[in-house]
Design a protein around this ligand. Sequence first.
Ligand code: G3P
Ligand code: MG
Length: 361
Amino acid sequence: LLPQASRSFSQIQSKPERSSFGIAFDIDGVVLRGRVPIGGSAQALRRLYGDSGSLKVPFLFLTNGGGIPESRRATELSELLGVHILPSQVVQGHSPFKTLSKRYENELIIAAGKGEPALVMSEYGFEKVLSLDEYASYFKNIDPVSQYKMWTTKQELVKSSYPRKLVPSYNITADRVKAVFVVSDPVDWGRDIQVLCDILRSGGLPGHDNGQQPPLYFAADDLEYQAAFPSERLGMGAFRIALESVFNRIHRNTLEYVSFGKPNPFVFKNAEAILRQLQPSCNDNSVNNGGIGSHPFKTLYMIGDNPLVDIKGARQVGHPWFSILTRTGVFRGKYNHAEFPADLVVDTVEEAVDYILKKEG
Ligand code: G3P
Ligand code: MG
């Protein structure tokens, strides 16, 4: 109390205390199911803001989902949850893809998955990016069952409304695909497995002979996740298994790929760095406060519903992470998860926030 007592009133007003803790919220199965807030999430989040509406406790969303730019997801979350979420508070499975944009400067890359994967990658700085939907549409007969798909017309509409700046100028049948990014959950698994096998086994030129497999990146590797349906849904990890199984049967080399997202430790390290930037007084570089980096968090809370993803990840990193498992998503057990037990198991995210705020006093 002493150092604070010696400060003037205006200093206390303008420079709130650094929080010694921060919170990472999983989205699907913790905060939302589909587009519906669950577990008292809206009320819980409101408690992290001061009376003036400013952020009192640094927090972010750490999701393996995605498919739209972080800025748009922040707007969506703000509307659904009734609090003002900044784009920097949204870390999606594909967010780390932006670190690879320099590696593929001026090279053709393919972005697969629901939503607007090409827009996501283009905002990350990738210059020559095409969605798998659009890429496939340039190859006549690449999908032999396309005429049976009732949504063909809608796909055409999406293509025609695509921002022109995303369509690079090159020869689609001569330029090799240099990398494939599975940005979000694929929609048309059959077509996507077919076209990805074509790209990957030909060395980036569908319809041509075998070539070296271009790098393949997945935004996450969740086998299952909690959406609006009562039981879990197959996630990107399930798609990866399907693609890998087929590829390994039709090609002499086994599929090579890299998966991002939780539970990779770098996701949690990155979240910690972002949370530091979100600390209310992080711009205060005075000697007393020491500036960024000299006041590490005492505790960082990961609130998740998936033991194999959220809890495993936080446990792997260890201090300062403290894992809280809710019963509103993938995990529904009475006690704790046997293989990846959380530090605390609660029913809802509201209960988790209540525990944290009481503990941090
Ligand atoms: O597709 C989303 C899913 O894989 C998981 O999302 O928010 O539970 O990490 P989340
Ligand atoms: Mg989840």
